[in-house]
Design a protein around this ligand. Structure first.
Ligand code: UD1
Length: 420
């Protein structure tokens, strides 16, 4: 297992190019199951999660080749309709194959994902949604087993505005007979991008970008080419890194509109911004002001930026409260940040952070993707040397993060498992 060795205290400056959206790609790759043929998917980041989704689709007979940032996906020979536990346990987004398989092939056997590193993450809304569309769904031996001749349009109101359930149900409803409505649908940019992709494939979807999606099912869809939108969480992570480490950093190939909640909180913290159509320049604050944050569905502050925000607030000039209202247990980074010298009290889903003058480097352990990002940021800002162990979590969602940070002037080095 690789680790990062970080010598903290370097000012970040220069430009960094943001990659394509992981979470969009993880929805669009399985969406390709909805029509036979060849797709060209551009701006797909080279990440472990993308490779895991690729492997899962290959097990079903999909042919996938990477040509630089483009995946050429051929769904001509799909002959298995199963997502085995061995794959699903590596990545929960594997559940996205459920809707497309039932809608297109009338059958699916998908392992239940189980919990995740920081707590329970149910998939009940995915299952109920597919059921409402007329599929017969049973849970047998840890698997979701679904069957249908042809799905039928239905009105589905999501109890919680779930990104994954909205995506899964929207994909399935695209090939159902009749009209479906998804109320309280997620409006995250990755879901909007998926809706746009499905529309290009021939789906009829109204209300794209709103919380009420109306989908008139069609008989067939056709393959298309698409480019992924920029990854807003990668961009947000670099913004927080820059704010923590001083200096001025410009993000290229990003979408400021998708980051307004993070940008406005960073402004409150004292950062200054210039925004273009597809770039952002951040000048770090001299002193970081304390700013409370409560995570929310889009366009609110993303839960995927909560851990990084706690790191920023650890070095602020005062106290702040960070509440995660999406995932109550997503705080595995807190004990590790405390080991670096942060002053954080955890009260259920609220972290009370008292800013300290400095953090001090030591060894810390990654537990999940965004927690790992927060530890890398802490290491960049800490005095001395920080070792972040188990960085494979970061490789799931950040493409060559150490190279990008090096280009901004950070002292960060990957040491491969064999060397220590
Ligand atoms: C997606 C993102 C993840 C992000 C999350 C919230 C992908 C691959 N992952 O995850 O990075 O942190 O959105 O923005 O896109 N819920 C249920 N029942 C369900 C499904 C979800 O109760 O069947 C609840 C969850 O416990 C959570 C909330 O809904 O409290 C939101 O989860 P959801 O939007 O579904 O997250 P994911 O799609 O798994």
């Amino acid at each position: 297992m690789d680790k990062f060795v970080i010598h903290g205290g370097k000012t970040l400056k220069g430009a960094v190019t943001i990659g394509g959206s992981k979470n969009e790609a993880l929805a669009i790759m399985p969406a390709a199951l909805l029509a036979s043929g060849k797709y060209s998917l551009g701006n797909v980041p080279e990440l472990r999660d993308i490779a895991t989704m690729g492997r899962l689709l290959e097990l079903m007979g999909v042919d996938i080749e990477r040509e630089r940032d483009t995946l050429v996906v051929n769904t001509f020979r799909v002959n298995k309709f199963e997502a085995p536990y061995e794959q699903v346990k590596k990545m929960r987004a594997s559940i996205y194959v459920l809707g497309p398989l039932v809608a297109r092939y009338g059958k699916a056997r998908v392992s239940l994902p189980g919990g995740c590193a920081w707590g329970p993450r149910p998939v009940n809304l995915h299952i109920e949604g597919i059921r409402k569309l007329g599929a017969k769904v049973e849970i047998r031996g840890g698997y979701i087993v679904a069957k249908a001749t042809r799905l039928k349009g239905a009105k589905i109101t999501l109890d919680v505005s779930s990104v994954g359930a909205t995506g899964n149900i929207m994909m399935a409803a695209s090939l159902a007979r009749g009209t479906s409505v998804i109320a309280n649908a997620a409006t995250e940019p990755e879901i909007t991008a998926l809706a746009v992709f499905l529309t290009k494939m021939g789906a009829r979807i109204d209300g794209i970008g709103t919380s009420r999606l109306e989908i008139e099912g069609v008989d067939t869809l056709h393959p298309v080419d698409e480019r992924m939108i920029p990854d807003r969480i990668e961009a947000g992570t670099f913004l927080v890194a820059a704010a923590l480490c001083g200096g001025t950093v410009r993000l290229e190939m990003c979408k400021p509109d998708h980051l307004m909640a993070v940008i406005s909180k960073l402004e409150e913290a004292g950062a200054r911004f210039e925004l273009g159509d597809n770039w952002i320049r951040l000048t770090a604050p001299r002193a970081i002001h304390p700013v409370d944050v409560k995570t929310a569905i889009y366009p609110g502050f993303p839960t995927d930026m909560q851990a990084q925000w706690i790191t920023l607030m650890s070095l602020s000039r005062g106290s702040s409260v960070i509440i995660d209202s999406i995932y109550f247990d997503r705080f595995k980074h807190v004990p590790e940040l405390i080991r670096l010298g942060a002053d954080i009290d955890l009260n259920r889903n609220a972290a009370i952070v008292k800013g300290v003058k400095s953090l001090t480097g030591t060894k810390v352990m990654s537990t999940d993707l965004r927690a790992s990002a927060s530890l890398v940021l802490a290491g960049l800002a800490a005095d001395g040397t920080t070792e972040v162990l188990r960085v494979y979590h970061l490789d799931r969602g950040y493409e060559r993060i150490e190279k990008k940070l090096q280009m901004l002037g950070a002292s960060i080095r990957r040491v491969s498992g064999r060397e220590f």
